[in-house]
Design a protein around this ligand. Structure first.
Ligand SMILES: [Cu+2]
Length: 154
């Protein structure tokens, strides 16, 4: 290794942690095969402690792929959730993964599956963009930009 190269290497090592502090973790994993359609974060009134992200996940491959984690630089904690009926009451429940069937798709939507964003520090402004890192069980990941907006029925 030449002196210049060695210096560049050391600099890269020194700079890497600083870059990581402000931004969501970079996608070091291979690009996801899952296609993410229309991601958004639910706009919440001031004082609301939590919100959620919604989107459609499409799987063009011949094998099921599972969403196993989601991270973002906005909420303190992020979980994968679904809604279930318990004694006539709709309740949210954490799930270990969200499966996207082979050659199929799954919709994360209000009243169903969602990415729960817990302990938000402040309300988002309408149109403000949250970067979400989605991690899949095939080792791939995707960074999607989800603007804050009111959910619309579709
Ligand atoms: Cu939830």
């Amino acid at each position: 290794m030449s002196g210049k190269l060695a210096l560049a290497f050391v600099l890269a090592l020194l700079l890497a942690p600083a870059a990581r502090a402000a931004d969501p973790p970079p996608a070091a994993a291979p690009a996801a095969k899952i296609e993410v359609v229309d991601p958004y974060v639910r706009l919440m009134p001031p004082g609301a402690p939590n919100t959620a992200a919604f989107m459609e996940l499409r799987n063009p491959t011949d094998a099921e792929i599972r969403l196993v984690a989601a991270e973002n630089g906005y909420s303190k904690r992020t979980e994968l959730h679904t809604h279930t009926m318990e004694g006539g009451v709709m309740k949210m429940r954490q799930v270990p993964f969200i499966a996207v069937p082979a050659r199929g798709s799954v919709k994360l939507a209000p009243g169903g599956l969602h990415i729960m964003m817990l302990e938000v520090p402040r309300p988002l402004a309408e149109g403000e963009v949250v970067a979400l890192t989605l991690r899949f069980d095939d080792g791939s990941s995707a960074v999607v930009k989800a603007p804050a907006r009111r959910p619309v029925a579709r």
